[in-house]
Write a protein that binds this ligand. Structure first.
Ligand code: PGA
Length: 249
């Protein structure tokens, strides 16, 4: 049985003060459910959220990590730094990082190995095609290529503990959600690739989320698709009531 997992991705939104205000309001709305919940926030807000969510089952995630422990990497954050804060999750390979910050399948692979081999932090690996690729009917090929390269050299038991988010780039922040059928189909494709690369048990255990303009109005029908285990939520996770409505759905 896979436990549904709803994660918010705040991207580059919210100051410390705003994060505190969110957490205070969200804690009053949040009821312990059998849905896993987390907020992936900017680095400077991680300790604030860890403190604010202490004693609850709400997880806290980072949005990136470097694959070296330390070094001359100006502007980067390492795994020991994240471990010290006690973060539970880390987004890896988000399309915005691939698009604007030169993230490649090679660096994604190194980061996944770093997290999986040296910590209990659960990676949320993002994959997905852009509009041009979708219109050319290449979405399955693109996502398969990403998964194969991103997971190269990673063992079955590690993959079974991860989260994979299918996020079609054309649906991120655009208000254009993939239809539940499109999202479900691609999540099934990803599960099939995992089965092919590993085995049935790994494919049954890996959590696969959909992400891209998920909101309270469309969350239920997306979550009703068999192969979709949850959502990675951008914009709608910035507002406590909206994020709670998605969890409740
Ligand atoms: P969105 O972002 O929900 O604002 O479309 C999703 C994401 O990028 O994770």
């Amino acid at each position: 049985m896979r436990i549904p997992f709803i994660a918010g991705n705040w991207k580059m939104f919210k100051t410390k003060k705003e994060a505190k205000e969110f957490a205070e309001e969200f804690r009053t709305l949040y009821k312990d459910t059998d849905v896993r919940t987390a907020i992936c926030a900017p680095f400077t807000q991680l300790d604030t959220l860890k403190e604010a969510f202490a004693g609850t089952s709400i997880g806290v995630g980072a949005q990136n990590v470097h694959f070296e422990d330390e070094g001359a990497f100006t502007g980067e954050i390492s795994l020991p730094m994240l471990k010290e804060i006690g973060v539970d999750y880390c987004v890896i390979g988000h399309s915005e990082r691939r698009q604007y910050f030169n993230e490649t399948d090679e660096t994604v692979n190194l980061k996944l190995k770093k997290l999986l081999n040296e910590s209990d932090i659960v990676p949320i690996l993002c994959v997905g095609e852009n509009l041009e690729q979708r219109e050319a009917g290449r979405e399955k090929e693109i996502v398969e290529g990403q998964i194969r390269a991103d997971l190269a050299g990673i063992s079955a038991d590690k993959v079974a503990s991860m989260v994979i988010a299918y996020e079609p780039i054309w649906a991120i922040g655009t208000g254009k959600t993939a239809t539940p059928e499109q999202a479900g189909e691609m999540c099934a494709v990803i599960r099939g690739i995992i089965e092919e690369l590993y085995d049935e048990d790994t494919c049954d255990r890996v959590i696969i989320q959909y992400g891209g303009s998920v909101k309270p109005e469309n969350a239920t029908e997306i979550m009703n698709m068999d192969e979709i285990d949850g959502a990675l939520v951008g914009g709608a996770s910035l507002i406590p009531q909206k994020f709670m409505d998605i969890i409740n759905s």
